[in-house]
Design a protein around this ligand. Structure first.
Ligand code: PAF
Length: 310
């Protein structure tokens, strides 16, 4: 008896227009899904890496075996500022579709800008409010407004039950959660933990820009975050001092910001804060801007205002 040949999973169907997307969504709805089946969406700008693939695996779990997993691939011009890397942002639709075959994606929606923005730049946009003005917003004014505008449009076009976003873009995830809550969008938002290279570098499509030297220098970001989290017992100032010590000692990275924030507001935590905080860093290695973050548990930290009892 011959051994069964392993079957290669079928690649997902690819649709480019609103009409094709509508037909593919409708045919799943008409196929009679179970009441527990869900439609889950993972929104990406392509150049997929293992971090994205993990999002799609989680989407498969959330959707159920006969649910529908939709991946959108769209490099959204609205979220790039003047002088940013819109033109050189890596694009490889065929490669991306091939990678998605193994992780359970059913459908890829890969529109061109004229499909997403048929009337040109939208006049009415979503504002991220003060969440969009600090940290990422200071370095990239309007970026989060552009993200939220396309995320809301894609939610309307795909009509998902669940949308999954990576925790690496922590401020983006918070802004999406706030938009869904503040504007009553009927979609569940799930955050998925950061996927790291074995040496700690957070996976990002922009890592492809790094030279070997820049990539080594970029490791300072994850080392700084770990040092900060390890100093949690000493309170917020100790966390920031430990992380900035690593960043200052490392050559080859230019820090944009290092901040310890409340994960629900991105406001900096006060010096006597106790609870869960998020340590965020953005820095340039050469011309490449990288971001990373790490949860910090300050629940048991020393309060500098309390006198030690002896
Ligand atoms: O995180 C991203 O890749 C993008 O900001 C998103 C959410 C796909 C919107 O363009």
């Amino acid at each position: 008896m011959s051994a069964a040949t392993p079957t290669t999973p079928a690649p997902p169907a690819v649709v480019r227009s609103r009409e094709q997307l509508h037909d593919a969504l409708t045919s799943w709805t008409l196929s009679g899904p179970e009441p527990t089946d869900q439609r889950a969406v993972v929104m990406t700008m392509g150049a997929l890496h293992d971090g994205h693939l993990e999002l799609v695996r989680r989407a498969r779990e959330a959707a159920g075996p006969t649910g529908q997993v939709v991946v959108t691939i769209f490099v959204n011009p609205l979220q790039f500022g003047a002088g940013e890397d819109l033109d050189r942002y890596p694009r490889d639709l065929d490669g991306d579709v091939a990678k998605l075959a193994s992780v359970g994606a059913d459908l890829v929606f890969a529109p061109t800008p004229d499909v997403v923005y048929p009337d040109g730049d939208p006049i009415v946009r979503v504002s991220a409010g003060r969440v969009g003005e600090v940290l990422e917003g200071e370095s990239r004014p309007g970026h989060l407004d552009g993200v939220l505008t396309v995320v809301l449009k894609l939610m309307h076009l795909v009509r998902p039950d669940v949308a999954l976003f990576g925790e690496k873009d922590a401020q983006q995830l918070l802004a999406v959660r706030r938009m869904v809550r503040d504007l009553d969008v009927d979609v569940e938002v799930l955050g998925v933990p950061i996927v790291r290279e074995p040496d700690g570098l957070a996976m990002s499509s922009r890592n492809a820009y790094l030279s070997d030297n820049e990539r080594s220098a970029a490791l300072a970001l994850s080392r700084a975050l770990r040092a900060g989290a390890d100093a949690a017992d000493g309170g917020p100032q100790a966390v920031l001092a430990a992380a900035s010590g690593i960043l200052e000692g490392a050559g080859g990275v230019e820090v944009d910001y290092l901040a310890l924030v409340d994960p629900t507001t991105v406001d900096p935590v006060p010096a006597d804060f106790r609870g869960s905080a998020l340590l965020l860093v953005a820095a340039r290695a050469g011309a490449t801007r990288l971001i990373d973050n790490q949860a910090v548990d300050l629940a048991g930290s020393a309060n500098p205002q309390e006198k030690p009892s002896d």
